[in-house]
Design a protein around this ligand. Structure first.
Ligand code: SAH
Length: 357
């Protein structure tokens, strides 16, 4: 017999079909989703505004899937990294980043990643599999469970392991669940950012279908260098990517974020900064400079603070809006590009409540 499907993975339509076939009104679908995504029920028995009969039918046909909380580590700076086990043995990481009044969760969209960026720890793993929409959303639900009642996640960034736009349909469903105010998690799309290596057709689709913020990993101002650092550049060149950006329907008050990981003596010269400023002319954008976060086995280095400032100043003087991202949680390998997960089997299954940082 097949395992029962996870009810969180059913579309509204599929849920409606099930309800109709079992003689229940369709409006129950919304109530069920409220239980799953707003009240975060883990048992059908909790769903007290459904009839007992319906609760039993749901229980006979579905499960309420959850991520397995394997480990939790807390950084000196307050950043918290979660390791979650998935059905099938792979694992993913999510990172909770407190920052003044914001509480941002960085979520994964794939177990591993197949894009092979030269400087990234996740790339070393290769791609294990895409996450289901429910597994993307569950990172938010599970991380929320660990917070005190007066704290909630205010922002979500799809910048953890994997390439969100290579898992487009599940990412889109996850965004719908996260943003719906009536039955979903209820986070405004203005507080959600999707980061991509630069998959042009999917960027166009995403911007047409959602109102989330877009971040693009650029990392080099020429095709030659970008091609060496990011194999995806051989498929979508810089000019294709930037032409796409120029044509996007970006609302007036918004900007596209370009991420630029600063690698010592590779892409961090004044010349690179000037080239980058020129490239971005005419695009309403801002640049997030991310000084490289080292990880075991890497051949790259983080530039000195003075080198970072020099790069930043050239951009600033050229009229580019630029921020330098401070590494968060790098003492627990939780910073950008340091996420690697672990094999399920090797990780001791410490319940989150008992885990020590
Ligand atoms: N696949 C998506 C999102 C995941 S990575 C993307 O590429 O945008 C999130 C960001 O961290 C990307 O900009 C990525 O290039 C950057 N990054 C990867 N490895 C890094 C490292 N070691 N140090 C700093 N940033 C890194």
């Amino acid at each position: 017999m097949n395992a029962k499907p996870n009810i969180k993975d059913l579309s509204f339509k599929e849920l409606a079909v099930f309800l109709t076939e079992h003689g229940h009104p369709i409006y129950r679908a919304k109530q069920i989703r409220q239980w799953l995504f707003q009240k975060r029920a883990i048992l059908f028995a909790e769903m007290s505004n459904l009839s007992r009969g319906l609760r039993e039918e749901l229980d006979e046909n579905f499960t309420i899937g959850r991520l397995q909380a394997l480990r939790r580590a807390e950084s000196r700076d307050g950043t918290v990294k979660f390791l979650f086990g998935l059905a099938g043995g792979a694992s993913i990481e999510s990172v909770l980043i407190p920052e003044s009044r914001r509480l941002t969760l960085c979520v994964s969209t794939q177990a591993g990643c197949g894009f092979g960026c030269a400087f990234c720890a996740t790339a070393v793993l290769g791609l294990t599999r895409n996450l289901m929409a429910s597994e993307i959303v569950d990172q938010v639900l599970e991380a929320s469970r660990t917070l005190n009642a007066d704290r909630r996640i205010t922002h979500v960034v799809l910048m953890g392991m994997g390439e969100p736009l290579a898992n487009y349909d599940q990412t889109l469903s996850a965004l719908q669940i996260m943003t719906d105010g009536e039955w979903g998690v209820g986070i405004s799309p203005r507080r959600i950012t999707v980061s991509t290596v630069g998959l042009v057709p999917q960027i166009q689709k995403l911007m047409a279908e959602t109102r989330v913020n877009l971040a693009i990993s650029l990392h080099a101002p020429s095709d030659e260098l970008r091609g060496k650092l990011m194999p995806v550049n051989r498929k979508y060149s810089l000019s294709q990517l930037l032409d796409c950006c120029r044509a996007l329907p970006i609302p007036r008050r918004k900007r596209i974020t370009f991420e630029y990981v600063l690698l010592r003596a590779v892409n961090d010269s004044e010349q690179h900064a000037r080239q980058l400023a020129k490239l971005l002319q005419g695009i309403r954008s801002k640049v997030n400079v991310i000084p490289f976060n080292p990880h075991p086995g890497t051949a790259y280095f983080r530039p000195t603070d003075a080198e970072v400032t020099r790069f930043q100043k050239v951009l600033y003087d050229a009229g580019v809006q630029v921020n330098v991202r401070r590494p968060r949680g790098d003492d627990i390998q939780a910073a950008c590009g340091q996420l690697q997960g672990e094999e399920h089997e090797r990780a001791p299954a410490i319940p989150i409540s008992a885990a020590v940082s």
